[in-house]
Design a protein around this ligand. Structure first.
Ligand code: SF4
Ligand code: SF4
Ligand code: SF4
Ligand code: FES
Length: 944
């Protein structure tokens, strides 16, 4: 069995385009200028011993293991901190060097427990390897003197331990936390012999600033910082490269296994989205995939108040097909449909939309992206011509000014946030547009130049006002606009933007952001050489979400900030495969590749390939499905991996819709909230069992490889295929690779993509076709995909959701690092130690006015419903705004959110709800009902 061995070349690669020739141990070598001698030697196959150096960190030069001799130089320079020079003659192996290295190693070992054979790192320890490499056989100094062998172990972190007795104080962990993660949680305390690694003054890891990203564990060359899963289970025996199944960063990992058990997920140094970094979720929170709550047999029941019956796969599929056929016979062809999941692979999504179009014979397919980034698809397509972000993540390293709007990268896209913070520490300037003081506004060595804490719902006036200043003060890139954009639309946009209502003074009245701050932020972005916009759901989940996306695209075009590295308009996608689920044709009006279902030629291509006639009429969007269900016109749906009863807005309406249907089919890992209303439960597979691809926020197609067999006995695409067959449509893939081949054949932007190609190149960003055989990292380089960039007027239309005397506060929502989306995965991991209940953030003045103190239970009511949750008093939110997360189903955050949605895409307006809060003595009625329901659900399972 194979084990992926990640290479460590000692120091980071040089970015120089020049090369120099040197001689290493008598052999010629050509390397990039600026490369360290250590790296140059390793690139040439010569392993100089090292301890404090690793290629993810700047060289430090503390351990003195990597000494070399250089002709014409006195002494023994450290090869990790000495760059090569043309003509250098370097010797790495001499008698004198061996002696020096042995002496250094002897000192380390004399203060290190000699328990290698029983140590968890045995066989995977650089100290052990280096002792062997320098030929150390005995230690002359003995262990009698002062030492650290009794230093305590800090095991407070749920995922890794810190065994101080094994620490060699090489500082790799400290530097990893600073340079790679950017949290600055660790320090070396004390000096000389007394120096030791510390996670804070008298703090253990759990109570420190540490965010459990694992970078220090990864960097540690000894067993000091070590994953508990390795301590408990032993070293891995084999491994497989795959992709994280949490957020849209799409980090690559090496899944390390013992037998068929995962013992560690190690971030892949070759991962082009993460470059060897990770966050707590991908690195450690994978235990849900084998959690005891997973349902491993199909379940059916005739009515939702009946107990579930365990059945075999055939029975479940035949039962589903029969009920769907009966519904269509009675209520018509369009009375059923399906929802695809952004958590599933492209291949799994593709077959579900094909099932709906080819087997159900309608276009009633939608995706959970409807409720997050559908305005991105619409807004960027209208203005630029493609429903996707413009840049690779690495582009941020070339940005001079970074504007983050309605996104909280340190919590929701942590690995990208670390990269962005690195660029900010290098000197790029930051503008944050967000109602809350998110972590980026002020954190270790980072301070935003401008934070515009706008009132929820006022994104559009703010972007218009930023543009107003930029136009009024002549900061437009006229040459760029003339050359690349539609000038008529530009003229019209400029006239709209210059209207007095878009002036900072007027917008200040609506948004609550001082005019001077708007003006200063506009000048900073407008004068940037390379200005980049990153945004999230705080942009899209509004009644004017699409308008705001177009507003940002307008601004980027007007300032000439699209088409090269360091700029662009970049959506930070929430889930792992939001981009892919949209690309795969999950929207009711679009076939794969965003091609209109109403277009005869497009339909013709698919009809020919699929051997069916495709309905030319677009189907229902998710909210239309629920409305039609309540009206008795929509009776059955197949829901792939989405928990609509928890994640969609206006819970009571969603529950009523689900309850009114005759056949709800849920395909998921766990009996989620939606399953309470389901008649069929089809167990899904975890990412560790999937074979396919995910597409991240930068359009990167990453391979997802199975590390174990599906524990419920069936690949998910096969479940869908068998249902299609049972409905009478012949779907006959033999494996997931064949599905990708069909996607490539039918989707022009994917025509070069195949599993084999991805296995060869690692990953690729679409479009990947004859015009761009190796993919397209940056979009719109010479021309916009639509030809000329189109400016679209973005007049402000206030949301209908208004505050009044009864509901005077605005509720907005977001995520936290340790939890993920509806929490189905992370709530089944040790991440619960950090955050096990959704809290309501309230500003001190709003709290005082209502007699609410820290930790009080409060009721939160809106026009839609009431819930209660625990308050935390903080000035992260401004007066008049309250904030919560939505990770726990029992919170019912969506009981209070409304039916308002984006005018263009129906994306719900999660981010603006008028509410009132008050001290509470008991949980809300809805929550009480939830508890009862949960108990019943549990009992039913036990007796079934
Ligand atoms: S914990 Fe590991 S990485 Fe950190 S100083 Fe000690 S040995 Fe080095
Ligand atoms: S786990 Fe990450 S945040 Fe925590 S100390 Fe290590 S590097 Fe820093
Ligand atoms: S940043 Fe996102 S993709 Fe990367 S490890 Fe964390 S959750 Fe996974
Ligand atoms: S590896 Fe060069 S001094 Fe430690």
């Amino acid at each position: 069995m194979n084990r992926v061995r990640q290479q460590d070349l000692g120091t980071p690669a040089s970015s120089s385009a020049d090369t120099v020739k040197v001689e290493i141990d008598g052999l010629p070598a050509t390397v990039r200028a600026g490369t360290s001698i250590l790296r140059a030697a390793r690139e040439s196959g010569v392993d100089i011993p090292k301890l404090c150096a690793t290629d993810s960190l700047k060289p430090f030069g503390s351990c003195r293991m990597c000494l070399v001799e250089v002709d014409g130089r006195n002494g023994y320079p450290a090869s990790c901190t000495t760059p090569v020079e043309a003509g250098m003659k370097i010797r790495t192996q001499t008698e004198a060097l061996s002696k020096l290295r042995r002496n250094v190693m002897e000192l380390y070992i004399s203060d290190h427990p000699l328990d290698c054979l029983t140590c968890s790192a045995n066989g995977d320890c650089e100290l052990q390897d280096m002792a062997g490499a320098v030929g150390l056989r005995e230690v002359r100094y003995g262990f009698e003197g002062e030492n650290h062998l009794d230093a305590p172990t800090d095991a407070t972190n749920p995922y890794f331990q810190f065994d101080a007795s094994k620490c060699i104080v090489c500082s790799r962990c400290v530097r990893a936390c600073d340079e790679v993660q950017g949290t600055f949680a660790l320090t070396i305390q004390g000096r000389g012999f007394a120096s030791k690694v510390s996670a804070g003054i008298s703090e253990d890891f759990l109570d420190s600033e540490c965010v459990s990203c694992g970078a220090c564990v990864q960097a540690c060359p000894t067993a000091t910082l070590m994953e508990k899963s390795i301590v408990e289970n032993g070293q891995p025996e084999h491994s497989v490269k795959t992709t994280c199944a949490y957020c849209g960063v799409g980090c690559s990992f090496v899944a390390e296994m013992r037998g068929d058990q995962v013992v560690r997920m190690t971030p892949d140094n070759d991962g082009q989205a993460n470059h060897g970094h990770s966050c707590v979720k991908g690195r450690f929170a994978w235990g849900y995939s084998t959690h005891r709550d997973r349902v491993l047999s199909p379940l059916i029941r005739d009515r939702i108040d009946e107990p579930w019956r365990k059945v075999g796969w055939d029975e479940a599929i035949q039962y589903t097909a029969k009920r769907f056929r009966e519904i269509q016979a009675e209520h018509g062809r369009k009375s059923i449909g399906g929802i695809t999941s952004s958590r599933c692979t492209n291949e799994e999504v593709f077959v579900v939309q094909k099932l709906v179009r080819a087997a159900m014979r309608n276009n009633n397919v939608d995706t959970c992206a409807r409720v997050c980034h559908s305005p991105t698809g619409y807004g960027l397509k209208q203005t630029l011509g493609t429903s996707a972000g413009t840049q690779p993540f690495d582009s941020v390293m070339d940005a001079d000014v970074i504007m983050v709007i309605g996104a909280n990268p340190t919590e929701a896209h942590p690995v990208f946030a670390s990269q962005m913070k690195r660029r900010l520490r290098e000197g790029a300037k930051l503008i944050v547009v967000d109602p809350r003081q998110i972590g980026l506004v002020k954190s270790a060595h980072i301070k935003a130049e401008h934070h515009l804490p706008l009132l929820p719902g006022t994104n559009v006036p703010i972007i218009n006002s930023l543009a107003h200043v930029i136009v009024a003060e002549g900061l437009i890139d006229e040459d760029y606009v003339q050359a690349r954009c539609d000038t008529d639309s530009f003229v019209a946009w400029k006239a709209m933007i210059l209207k007095p209502e878009n002036s900072p003074e007027e917008v200040a009245k609506i948004s609550g952001v001082p005019a001077d701050d708007i003006r200063a932020a506009a000048r900073l972005y407008g004068s940037a050489r390379r200005g980049a916009i990153y945004y999230g759901l705080g942009v899209t989940e509004h009644s004017q979400g699409s308008t705001m996306v177009m507003g940002m695209a307008n601004l980027a075009m007007a300032t000439g900030n699209i088409g090269f590295s360091g700029c662009g308009v970049n959506p930070l996608r929430g889930q792992n495969n939001v981009q892919g689920s949209c690309d795969m044709g999950s929207f009711p009006h679009e076939l794969p590749g965003y091609r209109p279902v109403q277009d005869d030629a497009v339909r013709g291509t698919f009809e020919k390939h699929w051997g069916v006639t495709i309905d030319p009429e677009p189907g229902f969007r998710i909210p239309n499905m629920f409305d039609a269900a309540c009206a008795g016109r929509y009776k059955g749906m197949y829901i792939q991996g989405e928990d609509v009863a928890q994640s969609d807005p206006d819970t009571l309406h969603v529950e009523a819709a689900l309850r009114s249907m005759d056949c709800v089919v849920v395909q998921d890992l766990f009996l989620n909230e939606t399953a309470k209303f389901a008649h069929v439960f089809l167990p899904g597979t975890s990412f560790l069992e999937k074979d396919g691809t995910f597409i991240n926020a930068e359009r990167r197609i990453n391979r997802v490889r199975p590390v174990m067999k599906p524990s419920q006995g069936k690949d998910e695409w096969l479940i869908t295929q068998e249902l299609a067959q049972a409905l009478g449509y012949p779907m006959n893939y033999e494996n997931a690779a064949q599905i990708m081949d069909e996607i490539a054949e039918l989707t022009p932007t994917f025509s070069n993509v195949s599993f084999r190609f991805l296995d060869e190149v690692g990953s690729v960003q679409w479009p990947c076709n004859a015009n761009a055989p190796m993919g397209t990292p940056i979009m719109h380089i010479d021309n916009f995909v639509r030809g000329k960039g189109l400016f679209i007027e973005t007049d402000y239309v206030p949301t209908e959701e208004r505050t009044n005397r009864k509901f005077p506060l605005l509720l907005t929502t977001g995520r936290i690092l340790s939890q993920y989306n509806v929490g189905a995965q992370t709530r089944r991991t040790d991440n619960m130690v950090w955050y096990n209940a959704d809290l309501l953030e309230v500003h001190p003045s709003d709290a005082e006015m209502r007699g609410i103190r820290e930790g009080d239970l409060v009721s939160l009511s809106s026009r839609k419903g009431d819930i209660s949750l625990v308050a935390t008093i903080t000035d992260r939110v401004k007066p008049g705004v309250v904030y919560t997360t939505f990770h726990n189903p029992e919170t019912g955050a969506n009981v209070v959110t409304t039916e308002h949605s984006d005018w263009a895409t129906s994306c719900p307006e999660y981010k603006v709800t008028a509410v009132q809060i008050a001290p509470a003595t008991h949980r809300s009625e809805w929550q009480h009902g939830f508890d009862e329901n949960a108990k019943r659900q549990g009992k039913i399972l036990e007796t079934s």
